[in-house]
Design a protein around this ligand. Structure first.
Ligand code: UGA
Length: 438
């Protein structure tokens, strides 16, 4: 029998999960209390930029497997499995703000009318499952049986649809077999394709999510430090990572040096993991170091830029190309470009900003800098250019044209996407991350 599934929260994880789960053949209703958002989704307008999401939503709406609603209570009552996918932003004290999770748990408890599986997709602090169970029980009118499951999500912005439909593994933290089997059934097509399905208990599943994100971030901070060392001693970080990555135990993934990691997950999750471990009497020193290294890496990029323009940003106009925290997204949360722009303007410089899609989102943070609709326009008469995001259109930029547009041929390539040899041949004054010497 086709299971009825509710996904509560239509943020990034909610929309992608809702669309993906419906694509697996389930009947899904995505709900939110934000009426306007639901109305837009009903009209086929997706509020986030994510390659492929439009199509998968349209396909499943058309097939009657996916719809959107503001009727939260009614949808909960009608569903067999309820996914919680509301936001868990970082509160001022570094802890996750669980107010939305708590409110949703209460609503679920109030509307439990028969056995259901309640499953968390949002990244919640380790141990939150226990609290969710308590909050649900507390608001239940009658004693009704339910199972709680932690099913963390590993999708990346920019490749979210692919990551959801073709995951490396599915982690299902369920404290009994009944709930695990129901969840396995939601992911039936993956199970048939032999995607590993890991059955753990709830707290282990919660731990897997933090341990995974932290390890990936750790890899990035590590390689950024090695790249900085390459800068000093004249080694080529690309060859270093190639040589390392060929070792199957290391893998070449997440070994790209850059301006430091950003986004809505790594910075927040590492802080939460570190605080959680301290609260439990364990110090995650490697994670603390990764956080610190990352902050320093963002600052290091601004120092490199300052050096390239002669030691001071005063009255210098810098073209900042790429505002998103990575390519294929319009998300600028914790983006290294923010540190760069802030430092330039704090020190008397000016910014010409350009991003293929993130100008709009960055305008909310820096309304007063100049935004351009092409990289060429942003570079006209600038004293230097800082490439902050690895968009493909920057990889293929005509460097002769770039040189002719700039007031002086100065480039900081924080993503190592330009060929240093060509830059050298064209007499650019340039810097990158660990590839200066060729
Ligand atoms: C990350 C994880 O990769 C996902 O598995 C996870 O589901 C998600 O967080 C989450 O918890 O929701 P995301 O933040 O979307 O995904 O983006 P990533 O592709 O992981 O990139 C994060 C940051 O690391 C970016 O700033 C990126 O530029 C940087 N990065 C990534 C590097 O500097 N070097 C690399 O080799 C890889």
């Amino acid at each position: 029998m086709v299971k009825k599934i509710a996904v509560i929260g239509t943020g990034y994880v909610g929309i992608v999960s809702g669309a993906g789960i419906s694509d697996f053949g389930n009947k899904v209703t995505c709900v939110d209390i934000l009426e306007q958002k639901i109305q837009s989704l009903k009209n086929g307008i997706i509020p986030i930029y994510e390659p492929g999401l439009d199509e998968i939503v349209k396909r499943n709406v058309k097939a009657n497997r996916l719809d959107f609603s503001i009727q939260v209570s009614e949808t909960i009552q009608k569903s067999d499995i309820i996914f919680i996918a509301v936001g868990t932003p970082q509160a001022e004290n570094g802890h996750a703000d669980l107010s939305a999770i708590r409110a949703v748990s209460k609503t679920i408890g109030e509307n439990l009318n028969r056995y259901k599986v309640i499953c968390t997709k949002s990244t919640v602090p380790i141990g939150t499952g226990e609290n969710i169970i308590k909050w649900i029980k507390r608001s239940m009118k009658n004693k009704i049986e339910f199972d709680y499951v932690s099913n963390p999500e590993f999708l990346r912005e920019g490749s979210a649809v692919k990551d959801f439909l073709l995951p490396d593994r599915v982690v299902i933290g369920a404290n009994n077999d009944r709930a695990f089997k129901l969840m396995k059934d939601v992911y039936r097509p993956l199970y048939i394709n032999e995607t590993p399905m890991l059955h753990t208990n709830v707290i282990t599943a919660e731990m897997i999510k933090y341990a995974s994100n932290s390890f990936l971030a750790l890899k990035i901070s590590y390689i950024n430090e090695v790249a900085n060392l390459c800068d000093i001693v004249g080694a080529d970080i690309h060859q270093v990572t190639k040589g390392m990555g060929k070792d199957g135990r290391i893998s070449p993934k997440f070994l790209h040096p850059g301006p430091g990691f950003g986004g809505s997950c790594f910075p927040k999750d590492l802080n939460a993991f570190s605080i959680f471990s301290k609260d439990n009497g364990v110090e995650l020193r490697t994670i603390e170091a990764a956080i610190l290294t990352n902050l320093q890496q963002k600052i290091k990029m601004t120092n490199k830029m300052e050096t390239l323009v002669g030691g001071s940003f005063k009255n210098k106009k810098i073209a900042v190309l790429g505002l998103a925290f990575k390519s294929n997204t319009d998300d600028v949360r914790e983006s290294p470009a923010i540190t760069m722009i802030q430092t330039i303007i704090d020190n008397g410089g000016f910014v010409n900003a350009f991003d293929p899609i993130a100008n709009r989102t960055m305008k909310k943070i820096f309304p007063d800098i100049d935004y351009y609709t092409t990289w060429e326009d942003a570079c006209k008469n600038a004293d230097a250019v800082a490439i902050m995001t690895e968009w493909n259109e920057f990889r293929g930029m005509d460097l002769l044209l770039l040189k002719s547009l700039l007031k002086s041929a100065v480039v900081l390539d924080t993503r190592n996407i330009l060929n240093p040899k060509t830059l050298l041949e064209l007499n650019f004054n340039f810097d990158n991350v660990g590839r200066k010497v060729i």
